[in-house]
Design a protein around this ligand. Structure first.
Ligand code: PMP
Length: 305
């Protein structure tokens, strides 16, 4: 990943990809206090555009606020940096990764006195859970790891350290032959995937866990709310049990990387028809129309680079 041509925006400057380095004594590397975003740029008829750039940048600043980190740039500067990185790397479409971290002036748990840094990188990244996953659906395992309690790590921050939990869950699921993990909250209710929000469909109604289950307030999740409304469908946010997922008609994951990925199996139990369901297909197709600039109603969600 590090050995390639291209540019990375680092603390206000475009740096050669291979030279975008930090010191090994960086505070975030030791203690995990940092925040990041995952953003996508899509090829549209009007050129390359970043999907919901304002919302992603706002969430990055909110994550930093929750972590008591003061980003030394404005949201406008960080938005402009994301556009510039996509342009500089000549990407028609791709994944954008802004990250803010604490510097290396001193170590010890207290980061006070250390500088705060920010970088933005971008690269080509296709379907996160595979093209076939998007078409056929993926196989998911309920994790033996519990999702964070809302008062342990802050679950509305896209914090670097939260992802140890996601990594453990994902590795366990993949090692056991599944595509992705589903995590339950400390009370045993469904929270989210390792890097995705969950939706289920039952009798024509769409359900998703409410955020008190410790799920991230996904920007794709919010996009699905708009799509459902356009399709005349109701979305209910509520506590969901794992057996409600077993007997649902359809299920899918959403996320910037995962986009809209159907789930065909949970814990070796086939969900619904055992492949992408008809409502999931409709939502997925509406999603790709929006991100690729084919739905003028949502043109304002696309920022040309
Ligand atoms: N939950 C987790 C844990 C995630 O990492 C992500 C990906 N950012 C999501 C949900 C989905 O969020 P979004 O739709 O904003 O990408």
């Amino acid at each position: 990943m590090h050995d390639r041509d291209g540019k990375i925006w680092m603390d206000g400057e475009m740096v050669d990809w291979r030279d975008a380095k930090i010191h090994v004594l960086s505070h975030t590397l030791h203690y995990g206090c940092g925040a990041f975003e995952g953003v996508r740029a899509y090829k549209t008829a009007q050129g390359t555009a970043i999907f919901r750039l304002r919302e992603h940048t706002e969430r990055l600043f909110n994550s930093a606020k929750i972590l008591r980190m003061k980003i030394p740039f404005t949201q406008e500067q960080v938005s402009a940096a994301q556009c510039a990185v996509v342009r500089e790397n000549g990407l028609e479409s791709g994944y954008i990764r802004p990250l803010t971290w604490i510097g290396s002036e001193k170590l010890g748990v207290s980061p006070r006195g250390n500088t705060i840094h920010l970088m933005v990188a971008a690269w080509t990244w296709g379907a996160y859970l595979g093209e076939e996953g998007l078409r056929r659906g993926i196989r998911v395992k309920t994790s033996s790891y519990t999702r964070h309690h809302v008062n342990i790590t802050m679950t509305q921050a896209k914090a670097v350290s939260n992802y140890t939990n996601s990594i453990l869950a994902n590795m366990e699921a993949v090692d056991e032959g599944y595509d992705e993990a589903l995590l339950l909250d400390p009370s045993g209710f469904v929270s989210e995937g390792a890097g995705e929000n969950l939706f289920i469909v039952k009798n024509g109604v769409i359900y998703t866990p409410d955020l008190s289950a410790g799920a991230l307030n996904g920007i794709t999740r919010n996009t699905i709310f708009h799509i459902a409304r356009d399709l005349g469908m109701e979305i209910v946010q509520k506590r969901i049990t794992r057996d409600e997922v077993y007997i649902c008609d359809e299920a899918f994951f959403t996320g910037t990387a995962a986009e809209v990925t159907p789930i065909r199996e949970l814990d070796r139990i086939e969900l619904g028809i055992g492949s992408r369901g008809p409502i999931t297909e409709k939502i997925q197709s509406a999603f790709f129309d929006i991100v690729n600039g084919r739905n003028p109603k949502y043109a304002e969600w696309l920022t040309p680079v």
